[in-house]
Structures are given as C-alpha cells and as structure tokens.
Write a protein that binds this ligand. Structure first.
Ligand code: GLV
Ligand code: MN
Ligand code: MN
Length: 444
C-alpha cells in the first residue's frame, strides 16, 4: 500500500539544516514536537477496540478486534504519509522514507494483541509511541538518513495461539514457520487458517520477506513492574531481559464414580497435579524465581466424576540463566516423583535465555534522555518482549515507562500521560539519532 501523495517529501529535505545542528539541538527540537495529548488520544482510541467492561482490553491475535485495530493503525499511517507493508506472519510495518532509501531501517514498535483481560498499554504503548515519534520527526521537517519504521509484531502475548512472540520469532527465523502454522487455539482454529483469513482482508498491502536487515530495533514498553514508580523516575533504560522456561504438563489418570470408587483405587489426575504443583512451589521458593501455573484444565470437569486428565502450564523465570537452567531441569523429576498412580508427560514449549542488550544501544538511549534532561535509570526487564527476538537480529534496546503500582496483565493497568510522553520523547530522539548516525556492528 503506497502512501497517498508525496506527504513525506512535502516536509522537504532538510539535510543541510540537520547537518548544521548539533545532535542535542536535533533531539530537543524533535522531543518538543512529541505531543502528549495526541499520544494519549491515540492510546485511548486503540483501547476502545476490544474494550472490556472493567476498563481493560481483550484483543487476541488475529481476532475481529485485533483486525479492527490493524485497520486503525493503517488509517493513522496513511494519514501521515507512511507506507504500509506486511509479511507471511501478518506483522505490520509502517515506513517513513529516509534519504538513503536502500539503507536498513531503524525500527521501533511492539504489539497490539493483548491478554484476554489485558490492559490498555501493554504493547499498545510501544506501537503508539512509534507513531508519535515518527510524526514528531516529520513535523520538525527532518528527513532521516535511514528510513524509520514502526512495527506491530503479530501475537506477542500467546494467549490465543501459544506460545507467543510468533511474529518476531518468524521474522527472525528463530522458530520454524511450520511449527507456528500448526498451533491451534482452544476452538481448534490453526494459526495457518487465522493468518490466511487476516491477510486476505488486506490484499492491497504488499508483503515482504522475513529477516530483512535492520540498523537497530528499539522497543518502548511499560515497565509492568513497580520499580520506576517507586524511584520516581520516568524512563528506564533496559539492560536486558530475564530468562524464562515454559512447560506443559499432561497428567493422565482414570475416570470413576465420585460416590462409589474407593479412595485407594482411584487414579485422580487432579490430586496428582496438585501434588506436583505443591512440590514445585516448595522447591522453587527462592527470592528471585517467578513460578506461575496460569493454565489449568481439568477433564471431564464435572462434579461427580473423578478427574481423569489435567493439562497445566508452568512459567518459570529468573534473571540468572544458570539458576533458571537448574530449576527448569528439575521440573520433570518433580512431576514424575509426585504422579502417584497416574502417568505424566512434561513438554518444554519455550526456552529463552536471559540476555543483555548491547552497551552501545543502552548508551544511545541514556544519552538521548540526558540530552533532553529526562531522568532515567538502568532497569532489567522481568517480562518478555519481542525485543528478545530482535536482539539476535540487530542491535536492540528498550525504553521503559512506569505503570501504576506495577500492575499489568490486568484490566486495571494504568499509566500517567506525562510519563508516557517522556519515554516517547526519548524514543523519538533515540531513533532520529540512530537513523542519522553510523552505527557499528549492524547485523541482519
Ligand atoms: C509477556 O507478555 C510476558 O508474559 O512476559
Ligand atoms: Mn507486552
Ligand atoms: Mn503482555
């Protein structure tokens, strides 16, 4: 889909003006054009798509709501003269042309899918901040050297098709497409079918190949934890992401009559599963480990029948990869030891090592914040993000903004407009700098 008219050109090529300005001046001018009200208006407009009664959003990947959100982003992009592209996994890219149109773009963005009872800002902020940053750059009359793109990665959350991060994993070729396409949701709809339907609704959007080179990727995101708010600092320069290991455990027993089957003769899959969860809870009870059993399905799930089958998930996270490896390696044994008369199968469905973002990206973000006089602090991401995948593709960094009481993956998720604007100013200055600077170590 081409941008209508020549609105990018209409801003003129101000390369000479740009060259004559110090980076500080450019950063300040761009940051001054970040419009807090416009940023907030767009966030609230997006939050209306899939809005829940309790003030959150439900926008599962490739559903009608998420497709409506795609249309909204496309409208925003065309209105400001960005061109639109997609790919075989339905990632969406919105491009501001640079003077060197063949140069690998600087890319920013996040995701627009949500948890079923998600908040308005998780993911959405990174995409909307990308639009605001690009528009601020345009309004300064600055044409970047390298192109700048805003991306909405498909299915970061993994709440409909699990595990998530499908868009960024397919793009970076870190998960085979055949594996992704075969994943089915709880209604039996496969990712392949949902993708076909979604892509067919946007036939005019040109498709790109996966893995095109990028100069850098910068993701803005809400912190989803309490630290920035506690410190009273509006911007976090993310140092890295803690590792995670995710498992599915299937416990199989046998059905029986709740009134007649003697207790010693039962193969109760629920009781076995509870023993396993209890044992893991005790074994993983250390300071920093995060242990979550978020999915728990019992069959046949009726009051008078002994449960014959349980499927549950394990989400295990720790900043130190060696500790996480050791704890994760213990999962199978703990399940086996506590299965009683039932049988158990443990499958590891996703493994992500703890990672550190490159120092040059952290420095670039920190210096951009410092130039703008915006207080900032280094911070480790406890949540997973698409930036995790992009880290293996090109120099990658993240910018965090506080959220109220650290509440996230919750309909009550809430953020302060001026904090979000501060992080967006830092994002705008950072991507403008990356688009105009030589950056060592660019991969792709
Ligand atoms: C991302 O949503 C995560 O669960 O870390
Ligand atoms: Mn997110
Ligand atoms: Mn999330």
């Amino acid at each position: 889909m081409a941008a209508p008219g020549s609105s990018v050109q209409a801003f003129g090529n101000h390369e000479d003006e740009l060259m004559s300005l110090s980076p500080e001046n450019t950063a300040t001018r761009i940051a001054a054009r970040v419009d807090e009200d416009r940023l907030w208006r767009r966030l609230m407009e997006l939050a209306r798509v899939g809005a829940t009664e309790n003030g959150g959003v439900c926008r599962l990947a490739l559903t009608d709501e998420e497709i409506e959100a795609r249309r909204l982003l496309i409208d925003w992009a065309l209105a400001i003269g960005l061109s639109v592209h997609t790919d075989d996994i339905a990632n969406l890219f919105f491009r501001l042309e640079g003077t060197e149109s063949d140069a690998p773009p600087v890319v920013t963005g996040s995701h627009i899918d949500s948890q079923p009872t998600g908040g308005k800002f998780d993911g959405a902020f990174g995409v909307v901040a990308g639009f605001e940053a690009v528009q601020a750059i345009q309004e300064c009359g600055v044409v970047p050297g390298r192109p700048i793109e805003v991306v909405a990665w498909m299915n970061e959350e993994g709440s409909r098709f699990s595990p998530g991060m499908m868009g960024s994993e397919a793009f970076t070729r870190r998960r085979p497409m055949e594996q992704i396409l075969a994943v089915a949701d709880t209604d039996g709809v496969r990712t392949a079918e949902a993708l076909e339907r979604t892509l067919a609704l946007f036939p005019e959007i040109p498709r790109r190949a996966f893995g095109f080179p990028m100069t850098a990727f910068v993701e803005a995101h809400i912190e989803q934890g309490p630290l920035l708010e506690e410190l009273g600092v509006p911007v976090g320069v993310v140092t890295g992401i803690q590792g995670s290991r995710r498992f599915r455990v299937r416990v199989t027993g046998d059905e029986g009559h709740a009134g007649t089957l003697a207790m010693p003769d039962r193969k109760d899959a629920l009781f076995a599963a509870l023993e396993m969860v209890g044992a893991m809870r005790r074994a993983f009870d250390t300071d920093q480990v995060k242990f979550t059993v978020g999915l728990f399905q019992v069959a046949p799930n009726v009051p008078s029948v002994v449960p014959s089958s349980v499927l549950f998930s394990i989400d295990l996270r720790h900043p130190d990869w060696q500790t996480l490896s050791r704890l994760g390696d213990g999962v199978s044994g703990l399940c086996e030891e506590n299965r009683g008369p039932c049988s158990v199968t443990v499958t590891e469905v996703a493994t992500s090592e703890s990672l550190e973002f490159p120092v040059e990206m952290r420095t670039c973000i920190g210096e951009s914040a410092a130039e703008l006089g915006i207080a900032n602090t280094p911070i480790l991401s406890m949540a997973g993000h698409d930036a995790r995948q992009l880290h293996y593709h090109c120099p990658t960094g993240m910018i965090f903004s506080p959220c109220e009481e650290g509440i996230s993956h919750h309909e009550a998720e809430s953020c302060n407009p001026s904090d979000l604007a501060a992080a967006t100013r830092v994002l705008a200055a950072t991507i403008a700098r990356l688009a105009n600077q030589a950056l060592a170590g660019s991969r792709g």
